[in-house]
Write a protein that binds this ligand. Structure first.
Ligand code: ASC
Length: 159
């Protein structure tokens, strides 16, 4: 096989991983997966958001480590785990028997998906900003990512 074809195949497989995983997952496992991913997102973004807002001191190396990790974590495509039938707690589930996800996610799934993709793009920009090492650029982009987090939470997460 040509090298380029191999690369294309590998990329297709990686892109398909979470949708395959999701198709096999029980509803409670899908809920648990998205909550776990979002938790790791928050653990990595939280300190960058605080540095951006001047709430904690700026640390270039720590910021860069968080940004690199966040870029990788969001490739897990948490949006793929908002599968039909997971808008309510799952009766009898042993795990993750709650969800703050609002019905709007399933009413306009394309809109939800593009909001999540916007977040992923902004996270990509954040990792690139971190690679410049420029404090201002990094802080400004942390603010942009924070806006995409908040936008989705306002629209799609119950208060
Ligand atoms: C975080 C976090 C969020 C977002 C949000 C941004 O660090 O856990 O949910 O940032 O507060 O407005």
């Amino acid at each position: 096989m040509h090298r380029l074809a191999k690369i294309g195949l590998a990329a297709a497989l990686v892109a398909g991983v979470s949708s395959v995983a999701m198709a096999q997952a029980k509803p409670e496992e899908a809920i648990r997966a998205r909550q776990a991913i979002m938790r790791v997102v928050a653990l990595n973004f939280g300190p960058m958001g605080k540095m951006g807002a001047g709430e904690i001191p700026f640390n270039r190396d720590a910021f860069a480590a968080y940004a690199t990790r966040l870029e990788a974590v969001v490739t897990m495509n948490p949006q793929n785990f908002f599968v039909p039938g997971t808008d309510q707690p799952v009766a009898g589930a042993k795990i993750a028997n709650f969800t703050d996800a609002r019905p709007e996610i399933w009413q306009s799934p394309e809109k939800f998906k593009s909001a999540m993709e916007k977040m992923q793009q902004e996270v990509g920009k954040l990792a690139r900003a971190a690679r410049t090492g420029d404090e201002k650029t990094m802080k400004v982009q942390a603010g942009e990512v924070g806006k995409t987090c908040k936008g989705c939470h306002d629209d799609y997460r119950s208060k």
